[in-house]
Design a protein around this ligand. Structure first.
Ligand code: GLA
Length: 508
């Protein structure tokens, strides 16, 4: 009886609420179970910051609100907002600080270890967040950015570890623009960059994002102009780094664009690395931590040196919405990214570009968004590949039009755990044939995360053997999308995989 009352009083309204968000189309394909009402702390278990830099970290946690947060063993200088679960402050002494975070609500309580690594490394797990490009292009404004931060909280994405709210191109003044919003002095008399009129208060915008416990990101090019023709940082790198830090930004995407015009001779061994080394060194001199995302489409084998001058680097051209070789483009971009697995490690990640699902626009036309034409199973494959490849998980669709299916793809904590695993290994492409490929990622607890993908147009029975995985004996297999144990297997594992779909499992 008590159980029944509990169900009527608490579970039913929660189910109804989550269903009202849905556009219904793909509901039958939802695999991620609803989170329980009891608290569950999710997201990264480790976070890197530099001594003396301000920390802002909202503890990702699902469960019925209100939740009360407490923490044990907080280093000196760190404070916890117990109602919102936001850690902030400054640690001056380098070290590895192991905290115990606790979240409690009416339904129960949960604790989890969380390590603050105060040292010289940032992005110890792949950055997670949202970027404005593939939905707002040159239409982006201060208002839309603030709304995106609101939606990151309201949609629940922040409860799974999404934390960066990043503006892409088009916040600066634009050369020769006829649009009165974009046409004006590009820098002041001291050389300080002037945002365009859609961004009246860059600092206020970052403060607003921080007030939610989230982090703010922005974009510029080392060239004279960005890819969309807006003001770049060329010859203003030191001042721009300082300005971004003064404004309070936490993430910089640094996009090659027009830099080729000023880069000098390709025979110069530093041709590709120079602009990034310059900005990296400038950022290091600031009194806040700014994660540096190299964007130069994989030129000069960036994976070989990107980790010396940045935290993540795009390995390919723009992903976009186009299909390649009769398959959605994320497959071929993913395969090429998979070839650089050996270079990924905590603080340094291969970046195959954004998660383009939900409502997204076509970059070539800077088009208005529309619902993705990827099938549900393609979307599971996409998110599984990016998670296995320890890729930055940056969604770039419309935050205002998140439906229930899209959120089920973005917000499965067991899938995200694969991405955020502190060992920081990128999956290797273990097997690839015409209609099948297998990605394998070693996890810190000794288990393996394995994706068995079907690129054929029919459902197929697929198999992986322990021999191929280099393991022996009886193993527990868990289906990560369904969050369900599948049982014990001793030699191999077989399963049906849907057309363009995946079986994402963890083998313990
Ligand atoms: C390049 C980048 C994209 C985006 C645009 C902005 O094409 O690769 O991700 O930032 O520039 O103009």
């Amino acid at each position: 009886m008590r159980n029944l009352l509990f169900f009527i009083a608490l579970v039913l309204p929660a189910l109804a609420m989550s269903q009202s968000k849905s556009d219904g189309k793909y509901d039958a394909f939802i695999l991620t179970p609803e989170p329980p009402l009891t608290p569950r702390i999710t997201g990264p278990v480790v976070f890197g910051l530099r001594p003396g830099s301000p920390l802002i970290f909202r503890i990702p946690c699902t469960g019925e609100r209100p939740i009360k947060f407490t923490a044990r063993n907080m280093p000196e200088g760190i404070f916890l907002d117990e109602d919102n679960g936001i850690l902030s402050g400054v640690v001056n002494k380098p070290g590895s600080y192991s905290l115990t975070l606790t979240a409690s609500n009416k339904q129960g309580s949960v604790s989890r270890k969380f390590t603050l690594e105060v040292g010289d490394k940032l992005a110890l797990t792949p950055p997670m967040g949202w970027n404005s490009w593939y939905i707002h292009y040159n239409r982006i404004s201060d208002k839309t950015m603030r709304e995106a931060a609101d939606q990151m909280i309201a949609s629940g994405m922040a409860d799974y570890g999404y934390q960066y709210v990043n503006i892409d191109d088009c916040w600066m003044m634009k050369l020769k623009s006829k649009d009165p919003d974009l046409n004006g002095k590009r820098r002041d008399s001291q050389g300080r960059i002037i945002p365009n009129k859609r961004f009246p208060d860059m600092k206020g915008m970052a403060d607003y994002i921080h007030s939610k416990g989230l982090k703010a990101g922005l974009y510029i090019s080392p060239g004279r102009y960005t890819c969309a023709g807006y003001e770049g940082s060329y010859k203003h790198e030191a001042l721009d780094a300082k300005t971004f830090a003064d404004w309070g930004y936490d993430f910089l995407k640094y996009d090659w664009c027009s830099y080729g015009k000023v880069a000098g001779k390709k025979s110069d061994p530093d041709y590709y690395i120079r602009p990034y080394r310059l900005m990296w060194n400038e950022l290091k001199m600031q009194d806040r931590d700014i994660v540096l995302n190299l964007c130069q489409y994989g030129m000069g084998n960036v994976w070989e040196w990107g980790g010396e001058v940045g935290n993540c680097w795009r390995t390919t051209g723009d992903l976009g919405l186009a299909h390649r070789n009769n398959l959605p483009g994320f497959y071929s971009i993913g395969f090429s990214n998979a070839g650089h697995a050996e270079y990924a490690q905590p603080g340094a990640w291969n970046d195959p570009d954004y998660i383009l699902i939900g409502w997204v626009g076509n970059a070539n036309k800077m088009a208005e968004g529309k619902p993705t034409d990827l099938t549900p199973w393609e979307q599971y494959s996409y998110m599984s590949m990016w998670s296995l490849m320890a890729a930055p998980l940056i969604f770039s669709g419309d935050m205002a039009k998140l439906d229930k299916f899209t959120l089920n793809v973005l917000c499965n904590h067991e899938v995200i755990d694969v991405n955020q695993d502190p060992l920081g290994k990128q999956a290797i492409l273990q097997e690839k044939t015409d209609q099948k490929f297998v990605m394998v990622k070693p996890m810190i607890d000794g288990s393996l995360a394995v994706g068995i993908f079907n690129t054929g147009n029919e459902i197929q029975k697929m198999n992986i053997s322990w021999k191929d995985l280099g393991i022996k004996g009886e193993k527990q297999v868990r289906d990560l999308w369904r969050q369900k144990d599948l049982g014990k297997y001793t030699k191999d594992f077989s399963t049906e995989v849907q057309a363009h779909g995946v079986s994402l499992i963890r083998i313990y």
